[in-house]
Write a new protein. Structure first.
Ligand SMILES: C[S@@+](CC[C@H](N)C(=O)[O-])C[C@H]1O[C@@H](n2cnc3c(N)ncnc32)[C@H](O)[C@@H]1O
Length: 229
């Protein structure tokens, strides 16, 4: 994995060992996903982690590819979230040749990207965006949810008295949250792409706040595809 040491491998091995779900292990927003993604195309869930969202997508899409750079994540996904419509593959989205082979195998695809791009080092994001474009081809649609700049203040407040256990596991693996904007993503995709939907969102978590309710990290969603004449 070239995304900043092997922090994700460390994290997913620890998660597989202790069995507790990751901080972001919540249901997919299927109402939105089924509305914006072309149901006739496969979906590649890039950075699928333990497969929670990929397996939910499989209830609506005939072919889902759950792809993650971490072999431990893919092993966990295969064991805990099997589904006849899902194929899990170890794939570093920064591996251009492997991404091209996946596109050759499955053709143009929708890309689901939740909480992944903010984890990619800024200098590697253009290469990551090129991989997304390759998977989309001419016909695919990208749906993405990423942490918004206001997430920084939210994390600061959340960790003020010490991080909640699920966040502690993330931090102790060496993972640090990053932030992005929809404009950043559109700039990475390039001028041939249009945003067809987007807006404020939250990334819900598994952590229950002292006053009740789940911690929900400020985020944004974006749906984009190639401009059509
Ligand atoms: C915060 S987790 C999100 C997991 C999943 N998308 C979800 O929402 O439940 C980020 C995931 O991205 C994966 N990842 C990071 N860099 C990657 C890369 N270059 N290629 C593929 N996966 C990557 C990590 O291994 C991790 O599983």
């Amino acid at each position: 994995m070239r995304t900043g040491a092997d922090v994700w491998e460390v994290f997913w091995r620890a998660t597989a060992r202790d069995g507790r779900p990751p901080l972001w292990d919540v249901p997919a927003d299927l109402a939105r996903l089924t509305e914006v993604l072309d149901g006739s195309l496969p979906v590649v869930d890039v950075g699928c982690g333990n497969g929670t969202q990929a397996v939910q997508l499989a209830a609506h899409f005939e072919r889902v590819i759950g792809a993650d750079a971490s072999a431990a994540a893919i092993d966990l996904a295969r064991r805990t979230h099997p589904h006849p419509n899902v194929t899990y593959v170890v794939l570093d989205a920064l591996d251009t040749a492997a991404v091209a082979r996946l596109h050759d195998r499955c053709g143009d695809a929708n890309v689901h990207l939740r909480g992944v791009l903010h984890q990619v080092a800024p200098d590697l994001r253009p290469a990551f965006a090129a991989a997304v474009r390759r998977l989309l081809g001419e016909r695919g649609t990208l749906h993405l949810v990423e942490l918004a700049p206001t997430a920084e203040a939210y994390f600061a407040a959340l960790t003020a008295g010490g991080p909640p256990p699920a966040l502690s596991r993330v931090l102790s693996a060496g993972i640090r949250p990053g932030v992005l904007t929809a404009e950043d993503v559109m700039a990475l995709l390039g001028p041939r792409y249009v945003a067809v939907a987007g807006g404020h969102d939250v990334l819900p978590t598994t952590h229950t706040l002292p006053g009740g309710g789940r911690a929900s990290i400020p985020a944004f969603h974006l749906t984009a595809r190639l401009a059509r004449d």
